[in-house]
Write a protein that binds this ligand. Structure first.
Ligand code: C2E
Ligand code: CA
Ligand code: CA
Ligand code: CA
Length: 277
């Protein structure tokens, strides 16, 4: 059949081999990118939807590729996860973000929490906690200003392992959040037992708002689950005033999204924080 032919092609034929060698080429490129500082960070503000005050920043990695230009994270994070390059990449992101947050504080800007995305493979690495300690020690950033974003997927894999790692991180004073909330299969009781500080409601729920009654019920259910857990709730991907008004009406106080600011470079963030002084 056609299906079988495709499988066979992947394993034995020339084109299959070409695909594999392209992937290896890409892996080598990414390895070099980490060493050559081709990666950089943008930051997106998390704001209080009532006052507009900036409460935190999320660091988001980009690749300035010598030939392809700026490559967004969804085009290389999966490869980094498959190959294990997410370990050096993730450590670089955490250290760079911590150093930047401390530099802004030292410049007299109002202190805000710096959130960093942590993938499952990174979080499960036995050396992860050492890298967190190093990031704090090397930057001089107080632990309370560092936040690690984990997904439900990360938390549900090996619950005991995740809980141990989370307790170790919390013992340092670092904050923890659940990213993309509502997209995974997290059991609420389990979530309740995790030492989390904040839940970020996935953009797919916000995207659909205001929408029809069924959609609103879905989004409302996720928000009330989040509130039941007694955690700070943040709406991700707020793009329109209608979404903002609806969420405010539902008692959601914090948001991140293009309505407030896209992810932007460090100099622009410094200006934003500066005008908030
Ligand atoms: P995420 O952690 O859910 O990050 C939010 C993504 O939503 C960002 O995309 C951001 O630019 C985008 N976004 C924010 N507000 C809006 C909005 O109002 N509308 C729309 N349509 N999009 C919005 P980005 O920067 O392309 O990152 C995509 C994903 O890549 C992230 O999703 C995260 O899962 C991953 N990622 C980014 N940086 C890192 C990193 O340093 N480490 C790891 N492990 N993953 C990362
Ligand atoms: Ca995130
Ligand atoms: Ca998210
Ligand atoms: Ca995500």
């Amino acid at each position: 059949s056609k299906e079988m032919g495709r499988d066979t092609l992947c394993v034995f034929d020339g084109p299959g081999n070409i695909k594999i060698s392209l992937e290896i080429g890409r892996e080598e490129e990414l390895r070099r990118a980490i060493e050559n500082e081709e990666l950089f960070l943008e930051y997106q503000p998390r704001v209080n939807m009532i006052t507009g005050q900036i409460l935190g920043l999320e660091a988001l990695v980009r690749w300035r590729h010598p030939k392809s230009g700026i490559v967004p994270p969804l085009q290389f994070i999966p490869l980094a996860e498959e190959t294990g390059l997410i370990l050096p990449l993730g450590t670089w992101v955490m250290k760079t973000a911590a150093r930047q947050a401390k530099a802004w504080q030292d410049a007299g800007l109002p202190p805000v929490v710096m959130a960093v995305n942590v993938s499952a493979r990174q979080f499960c690495d036995p050396l992860f906690i050492n890298h967190v300690e190093e990031a704090l020690a090397e930057s001089g950033l107080a632990a309370e200003f560092l936040e690690l974003e984990l997904t439900e997927h990360t938390l549900m894999g090996d619950v005991t392992g995740a809980l141990n790692a989370m307790n170790a991180v919390k013992a340092l004073g670092v904050r923890l959040s659940v990213d993309d909330f509502g997209t995974g299969y997290a059991n609420l009781d389990v979530l309740r037992n995790f030492p989390m500080d904040l839940l970020k409601i996935d953009r797919s729920f916000i995207d659909a708002l205001p929408g029809d009654q069924a959609t609103k019920s879905m989004a409302g259910a996720v928000m009330s689950l989040a509130r039941d857990l007694n955690l700070t709730v943040v709406a991700e991907g707020v793009e329109t005033p209608e979404q903002r008004d609806y969420l405010r009406g539902q008692g959601c106080a914090e948001a991140q999204g293009y309505l407030y600011s896209a992810p932007i470079g460090a100099p622009d963030i410094a200006r934003l924080l500066g005008t908030a002084c």
